[in-house]
Write a protein that binds this ligand. Structure first.
Ligand SMILES: Cc1ncc(COP(=O)(O)O)c(C=O)c1O
Length: 429
């Protein structure tokens, strides 16, 4: 691992009080003294970094190649690291309470490199379902080409069901001469919002498999890093599409991975070989985004609670899939144990079918008709006809991706204006 140049003084607590992430986002990991006093980090547009001496250059490469323990020291080459990326990685670690973090050119780059870093031919991946369609496709279609097989389980699986699928995966791996390389979760799942019991997955993994061989990774895009901290509930690695709430303005594409060094280091090694690191400009934009992350996510969530409160009893609404309105049951139990807030992305079931859902979408005046989520603006889309068009009908039915389903991501506009917009669009149905 490459150590960033250490800022001269890093204040992370005052009189024993640890500073909160929302405070640390304004300066953590950056020392103005190293950059001409500039309050904000400059954007470092350079492909390579000058060594202080030939001996220092040798030490770098001894670290990179593993000839010397401790990894690379300092900055070497921009495919491996850079100041903007390292500050961003440090700040992402703060949010997740993680030892280490990495940033990538997209959420999918992060997820693909994460999986590849731990798999080899003969191995088995176990994942929750559904996953974001591209993640599911990567496991089934791409890793499959390299001799990695998979088993999946429904997001709401019980401890008994988890034990059974992990035992089956272990038997399959033994037969193929491989290992269970990873348990990969997505919670809440895209697009159903179904939650996975991370603690139960951890307990099942510890009972059936070897925790030093099989890490638990989780895509925390929908609630993280504010409303869910999976590392505290038993996950080893957290993955993100930072394009969503972390970026938060629908103007960039990026990904992240965080966790303990033990699990992050192999991912870094593969990222640095393949070249999936985020660029300095986008890293800088994300640093700016993280300064307002808490207030954006709080406001969007407050708005979503108000909008869903309006929608829940509307005669043209057949149902709502919102974490803030879960009925009593196992999903609510997981929510209470794992989540600090419901986020602002939910499923809205319009009474009727595709025609009614389309009429609603085409009538929206404030909310924009677009895929993606987590931005300052409210977005709405139709998963069955758009993001999940390629999913076979039986799988769609199994996942509840119906023709009357509209997926909504609430932004930070005025909540009264959003309710007025939804009211007039429902009247047009
Ligand atoms: C849950 C989830 N994971 C991963 C991704 C992929 O992220 P990106 O588009 O940044 O590659 C998405 C994108 O929508 C997503 O919703």
């Amino acid at each position: 691992m490459s150590e960033p140049r250490k800022p001269s003084r890093e204040i992370t607590q005052i009189a024993g009080r640890p500073l909160r992430p929302s405070t640390l986002m304004m300066g953590y990991g950056y020392d103005p003294v190293l950059s001409e006093g500039s309050l904000k980090p400059p954007i470092f547009l350079t492909s390579t970094f000058v060594f202080e001496s030939a001996e220092a250059g040798k030490r770098h490469f001894e670290g990179i190649t593993g000839k010397r323990a401790g990894g690379a020291e300092g900055l070497v080459y921009s495919r491996f690291n850079g100041p903007n990326q390292e500050i961003l990685e440090n700040r992402l670690s703060v949010w997740d309470g993680a030892e280490d973090a990495l940033v990538f050119s997209s959420g999918m780059t992060a997820i693909c490199i994460l999986m590849m870093a731990f798999c080899q031919s003969g191995d088995v991946i176990v994942h929750s379902g559904p996953l974001y369609a591209a993640s599911e496709g990567f496991v089934a279609k791409v890793l499959g080409k390299f001799g990695v097989s998979y088993l999946d389980f429904p997001a709401g699986a019980t401890r008994e069901e988890l034990d059974a699928v992990l035992a089956q995966a272990k038997a399959q791996a033994d037969e193929r001469g491989g290992k269970v390389a990873m348990i990969y979760l997505e919670s809440p799942a895209n697009p159903t919002n179904a939650l996975v019991d991370i603690e139960a997955v951890r307990d099942a993994r510890d009972a059936v498999l070897d925790r030093d061989v099989t890490p638990i990774a989780i895509d925390n895009t929908f609630l993280g890093p504010l409303w869910q901290s999976p590392l505290r509930h038993g996950a080893d690695i957290v993955a993100y599409s930072l394009t969503k709430y972390a970026g938060g303005h629908s103007d960039l594409v990026a990904g992240g991975v965080s966790g303990t060094k033990r699990w992050v280091d192999p991912v870094r090694a593969l990222r640095n070989t393949m070249g999936g690191i985020l660029d300095p400009n986008t890293s800088w934009m994300l640093l700016r985004s993280l300064e307002t992350l808490e207030i954006r996510m709080q406001r969007a969530t407050e708005n979503a609670i108000k909008v869903c409160d309006f929608l829940k009893d509307h005669p043209k609404v057949a149902g709502l899939g919102f974490l803030g309105l879960l009925p009593e049951g196992s999903q609510q139990d997981i929510y209470r144990r794992h989540c600090a807030g419901p986020g602002s992305t939910f499923s809205l079931f319009i009474r009727g079918g595709e025609a009614e859902a389309f009429r609603f979408l085409d009538s929206l005046k404030v909310a924009k008709l677009a895929v993606s989520l987590g931005g300052t603006e409210t977005l709405a889309s139709h998963p069955a006809a758009m993001t999940h068009l390629s999913v076979p009908p039986e799988r769609k039915a199994q996942l509840g991706i119906t023709d009357n389903l509209v997926r909504v991501s609430i932004g930070i506009e005025d909540s009264g204006d959003l309710i007025a917009d939804f009211e007039q669009a429902l009247a047009a149905v």
